[in-house]
Design a protein around this ligand. Structure first.
Ligand SMILES: [Zn+2]
Length: 365
């Protein structure tokens, strides 16, 4: 009896260890793309929490930064790296779109360089105010609830439906719990600093010899994606119009995105600086994404022509081959494809193809 209890206790302890994950700090690289143009690149773009890269453009007298990251602590790491490169002050930060991982560090830049101004597309400013800042407290509380719920599942070994947790699911939940516990206090530090300067189609910054074109190429990942193009250096920062290893399709514009990406493809650039993933020098991946986007657009159009509700009509769209192409057998990428492509895109794409105005807003739910 005694031995049995000891064994049971040992087995439980082993399970508890297996389900405890530590949050690993994220690794990054700073890469020089041209004279005075440096990329801050997170090494694993799918590591929790998903963080945006930043581009540092060091000019004669000042610095222009593209995107400020998710966590204030990340923005401080970025700022430290920037200060290693130059003592010039940051004059402008471009927020390429409204998602948290591109605007969360704005407050840190304002604190470190009080003269900084934030630039975004007009609609991005609206969405930062209405989606990010207005929902901040509710989102934090939802994240806290998720953390507590997952922690309970891990403790009890069963999920909300009373189903036993498979080891891989248990491990994944433990990773999510560890990640939230590590980053929630940091997320609470995000200050509400919105863009000061907005544009519609094009804004050109001339800083000494440097020309920086901030362009809106059309609807895509969001309604207000900015790309930052350096024509002389032949570099373009793509925002989330192009990210690696899978596109992010949250609140996206499926009918228009392929044409918008084609405009990005047409820019005279040798280096694509992605907001997620390493910089790219050839167009192979961009065209793979373009073809996937066109496939979703065309399939959604066909599905929209049926009488079925979107949740039924989407079953006719098979992204299996695309998933294989993007994931290349990597389980983490497969999961990312399901979560960032398949789940958020199909119903929305069908509703958009039917002209449903409700599917044209940036509201994610
Ligand atoms: Zn992003």
């Amino acid at each position: 009896m005694r031995t049995l209890n000891r064994l049971a206790a040992l087995a439980l302890a082993t399970l508890a260890i297996a389900a405890r994950a530590d949050y690993a700090p994220k690794a990054w690289d700073v890469v020089t793309l041209a004279e005075g143009v440096h990329g801050f690149v997170w090494r694993d773009p799918l590591a929790d929490p998903i963080e945006g890269n930043a581009l540092f453009i060091v000019n004669e007298e000042d610095v222009v930064v593209v995107d400020s990251g998710l966590l204030p602590s990340s923005a401080r790491i970025m700022a430290k790296e920037l200060k290693r490169l130059t003592s010039k002050p940051v004059r402008f930060v471009v927020n390429t779109h409204w998602h948290n991982d591109h605007v969360g560090g704005n407050g840190v830049y304002r604190e470190l360089w009080p003269g900084v101004e934030f630039i975004s597309h007009e609609d991005t400013r609206t969405d930062i105010l209405e989606q990010v800042f207005a929902n901040r407290e509710a989102n934090l509380q939802a994240n806290e609830r998720t953390t507590d719920t997952y922690a309970k599942y891990i403790e009890s070994g069963v999920d909300g439906d009373g189903k036993p947790l498979a080891p891989d699911r248990r491990q994944r939940l433990a990773e999510v719990v560890a990640m939230y516990r590590a980053v929630l206090p940091d997320l609470r530090q995000v200050r509400k600093v919105p863009p000061d300067v907005t544009f519609r189609d094009r804004l050109v910054l001339r800083r000494g010899e440097r020309t920086i074109e901030i362009l809106w190429l059309g609807l895509g990942n969001t309604r207000g994606d900015a790309v930052v193009f350096l024509p002389k250096e032949r570099i373009v920062a793509t925002g989330d119009l192009l990210v690696w290893p899978v596109p992010f399709m949250f609140g996206s514009y499926h009918a228009e995105w392929p044409a918008t990406l084609a405009k990005l493809d047409a820019l005279a650039a040798d280096t694509l600086f992605l907001s997620h993933g390493a910089p790219q020098r050839d167009r192979g991946y961009l065209r793979q994404v373009r073809d996937l986007l066109a496939f979703i657009r065309d399939e959604a159009k066909q599905a929209a022509a049926t009488d079925l509700p979107p949740a039924e009509a989407k079953k006719a769209i098979d992204l299996g081959e695309w998933k294989k192409r993007f994931a290349q057998g990597d389980a983490k990428r497969e999961r990312a494809f399901d979560a960032f492509v398949t789940a958020p895109s199909l119903e929305r794409a069908i509703r958009q193809a039917r002209g449903d105005a409700g599917a044209m807003t940036q509201k994610l739910r």
